[in-house]
Design a protein around this ligand. Structure first.
Ligand code: G1P
Length: 289
């Protein structure tokens, strides 16, 4: 039997420079899509995929993250006393159960691979997921759940992928594909941020991964790659050949919230997907279009 995926890592130590000064005192992952922080959307996606243990790799000035997922008993009591049941339910929904969230810090920004490596003791010898909250994914079935379902079929390591225009390959990890059935691509190599003319394909990795713990043997070597950073993609490439490695074309739309316009688009997409506000937002948008 395959070990189920029950743990997730959220690498959330980034400085959020693209959103300064908004992110001077607030972690960028706490910027909201409507009324839930980006990171809460990521936590909810993980929960829907059967994740039980939540590991956050944070950094200095990220304390708001811990507070957000904690239970604020005083706030809960006040909402209860005032009969604000809806707000109370929303707040309770943001809590992570006691003993199920873990925080560690990436002390120096050496790259995504290094951030994930910082979680090694908390992951131990289990398969685990990684979710980058900057990538907000909307779809009928949450993206990570689709990946867990694919994992139950093929095991090993899985990354969520999407086709990008060739001129965009230098922003992503790109797959070198051996076989492709239109849904699952068997991967024979991975390149981080290749130039368009050097990219082995246009299938790019989005911020969703299911990985085997052997990834830590490779991250341990702390080798630098693209941008002189310790790249997760390079460590993943070393797993290929020893373990199954697939790219999953998920069903849904990815929004890049690391980019300002992408963030606005994600906000609108989320609002238009909510029965409580879709009509009003659509009407409001007509004024501008
Ligand atoms: C990271 C990864 C890259 C991946 C991307 C997805 O890059 O290194 O392989 O395609 O996330 O969002 P970053 O966006 O941190 O530069």
């Amino acid at each position: 039997m395959r070990k189920p995926v029950r743990k997730v890592v959220f690498p959330v130590a980034g400085l959020g420079t693209r959103f300064l000064p908004a992110t001077k005192a607030i972690p960028k992952e706490m910027l909201p899509l409507v009324d839930r922080p980006l990171l809460q959307h990521a936590v909810e996606e993980a929960r829907a995929a059967g994740i039980e243990d939540f590991v956050f790799v944070t950094g200095r000035s990220k304390r708001a993250i811990e507070d957000h997922f904690d239970a604020d008993t005083e706030l809960n009591r006040t909402l209860e006393e005032r009969g604000k049941q809806d707000a109370l339910e929303e707040v309770r929904h943001s809590e992570i159960a006691p003993g199920r969230c873990f925080y560690t810090r990436q002390q120096v920004p050496l790259g995504l691979g290094h951030a994930v490596w910082c979680a090694r003791a908390l992951i131990g010898n289990d398969p685990f997921a990684i979710v980058l909250p900057d990538d907000y994914v909307q779809g009928k079935t949450p993206c990570l759940k689709q990946m867990v379902e694919a994992y139950e079929e093929v095991g090993g390591n899985i990354v969520a992928v999407v086709d990008v225009p060739r001129e965009r390959t230098s922003s992503y990890g790109i797959l070198d594909v051996e076989k492709d059935d239109g849904r699952l691509a068997t991967v024979r190599g991975l390149v981080e941020k290749p130039k368009p003319e050097e990219a082995p394909s246009t299938l790019s990795i989005i911020g969703r991964y299911i990985l085997q713990p052997e990834i830590f043997d490779h991250l341990e070597k702390q080798q630098r790659g693209a941008g002189n950073e310790i790249q997760l993609t390079d460590a993943m490439a070393k797993l290929i050949g020893n373990q199954p490695f697939h790219g999953l074309r998920f069903e849904g739309t990815r929004y890049d919230c690391g980019d300002k316009v992408g963030f606005i688009e994600a906000t609108l997409a989320h609002a238009l997907n909510r029965p409580d506000m879709a009509d009003k937002v659509r009407e409001m948008l007509r004024k501008y279009c």
